[in-house]
Design a protein around this ligand. Structure first.
Ligand code: AMP
Ligand code: ZN
Ligand code: FE
Ligand code: FE
Length: 289
């Protein structure tokens, strides 16, 4: 069964492998009807994705972004859905965040070189192309140069949070991200809350803080979350009266075992609730009818 919605995917505008058009073609061919493109710190893929989606009767694009934020010892990723790519304040913020990624990426490459992994920063930039540069691009350069076998191995030993060449990037706090998304008229959704160094018992206190500043949703039906994790998160969305959303976080860079768009147990009711709620937002004109 393919879900009717998938609210978390990446294209070549950030660290995904498929162009926005290729991604939309894949998502639509899977049978997903409501699809959010949520590149890291970028809406550069949205116009192309909308155009690519026009040939499908039962396909609708939701413009979004994924913000990375830091808390003590862990990361909180925040999806902003229904954000307008034509919003100048949004673009100024995304530009600033992408600039920060450049310095940080070069910092990681310098650390790698000090450790004898002689990849070139210029090669990483070539791999990233127009994209918002990220660690997966560095991982790819490491694979290409033969220092690791696959992208995941690069994260495990070198560039993951506990890796020897990890460098933090200048980030917002999760509260800043929620407030920014709301000020731009969109919907804030905490992505993959049971990952990124956050233990199960830390989820509720963080959630409480973020709901306190207006966060409206949390990703419950995420990629390969186990039924017990999904149920724990779903109950929290009931308790705090927020929307339970879900996404595949499809990147197309993790090889054959990567879950395809729409291969998530997202109930139709979650899609309907999102669309209904979307119509109450300042940016309601971005909600598919
Ligand atoms: P960055 O935006 O540069 O901090 O890189 C974050 C991205 O790297 C995430 O969106 C994932 O696509 C990828 N990533 C993070 N952790 C891992 C991991 N342990 N294994 C593989 N990919 C990862
Ligand atoms: Zn990513
Ligand atoms: Fe993420
Ligand atoms: Fe993501």
């Amino acid at each position: 069964m393919v879900s009717k919605g998938d609210f978390h995917t990446h294209s070549t505008a950030s660290d995904g492998r498929l162009s926005p058009t290729e991604l939309v073609d894949l998502v639509a061919s899977q049978g997903v009807q409501y699809h959010a493109l949520t590149d890291h710190d970028s809406t550069q893929g949205v116009a192309e994705a909308i155009a690519a989606g026009e040939k499908y009767e039962n396909y609708h694009l939701i413009p979004g972004v994924e913000f990375g934020t830091d808390i003590e010892g862990a990361e909180v990723h925040m999806l902003g859905l229904f954000l307008s790519p034509h919003d100048e304040d949004l673009q100024a913020k995304l530009w600033e965040l992408r600039e920060g990624r450049l310095n940080r990426g070069e910092g990681i490459v310098n650390k790698l070189r000090e450790q004898g992994k002689m990849i070139e920063w210029s090669r990483v930039q070539e791999i990233a192309g127009e994209a918002s540069v990220g660690r997966p691009h560095i991982a790819e350069a490491l694979v290409e140069a033969g220092y690791v076998k696959k992208v995941a191995d690069a994260f495990d030993t070198l560039i993951g949070r506990n890796g020897t060449a990890y460098v933090k990037r200048p980030n917002m706090t999760p509260e800043d991200a929620v407030e920014f998304i709301l000020a731009r008229g969109g919907l804030a959704c905490w992505a993959h809350p049971a990952d990124m160094g956050i233990t199960d018992d830390q989820v509720e206190p963080i959630l409480k803080r973020l709901v306190g500043v207006g966060m409206q949703a949390m990703e419950v039906f995420y990629k390969d979350y186990k039924p017990a994790t999904i149920e724990m998160l779903r109950l929290l969305t009931v308790k705090y009266d927020i929307l339970p959303l879900g996404g595949s976080d499809y990147h197309g860079i993790f090889g054959n075992d990567e879950r395809l768009p729409g291969d998530i147990p997202l109930p139709d009711s979650s899609v309907e609730r999102l669309l209904e709620f979307g119509r109450t937002l300042p940016n309601r004109e971005l909600v598919p009818s």
